[in-house]
Ligand binder design. Structure first.
Ligand SMILES: [Zn+2]
Length: 159
């Protein structure tokens, strides 16, 4: 009993020892190469050689809605900025300023999707704390904007 607390203290304060203790009696795949780290003896994966660490994570990290929203806004931002920049130059030099008004949905798309992308990148931790229904709703909104503004442009100009 007298030497138990000293040994316990040493183990709980050494992150490498905690990592080895965690995988000593359980199967855990290396996050990089999927090699089974059971009975790991160092702080590196024996298969790929990458350094490993033990961390605390969220039970439900909710990255699905975050990534879906980010991709939705990014699709709209990419399409609207590339086609919009090309189209505005084309409209001004070939067809006159009157036709440029048809590119308004793309300008609005750049503003809306750019703001959505910036919000998600800057407020990632706030987004994760939202209710699941709010996160899913925001992802749907992102895709509506990402597809809606290009569709509006198509309806006004290309059609
Ligand atoms: Zn590995």
């Amino acid at each position: 009993m007298p030497d138990a607390p000293a040994q316990g203290d040493a183990r709980t304060h050494d992150p490498d020892a905690l990592l080895r203790e965690f995988v000593a009696d359980r199967d855990a795949p290396c996050p990089a190469c999927r090699y089974n780290l059971r009975n790991l003896t160092a702080d590196r994966c024996p298969e790929c050689g990458l350094p490993l660490t033990l961390r605390v994570g969220l039970a439900d990290p909710a990255w699905g809605a975050y990534i879906a929203a980010l991709v939705g806004f990014s699709v709209g931002l990419g399409f609207c900025s590339i086609v919009g920049a090309w189209g505005l130059v084309e409209a001004f030099f070939r067809h006159g300023v009157g036709r440029a008004i048809g590119f308004l949905p793309l300008v609005l798309g750049v503003l809306a999707c750019g703001a959505g992308t910036a919000f998600l990148l800057k407020r990632r931790h706030a987004f994760i704390k939202w209710a699941p229904s709010a996160r899913k709703g925001f992802a749907v909104l992102a895709w509506l904007a990402g597809i809606g503004f290009p569709f509006l442009f198509w309806a006004m100009i290309v059609r």
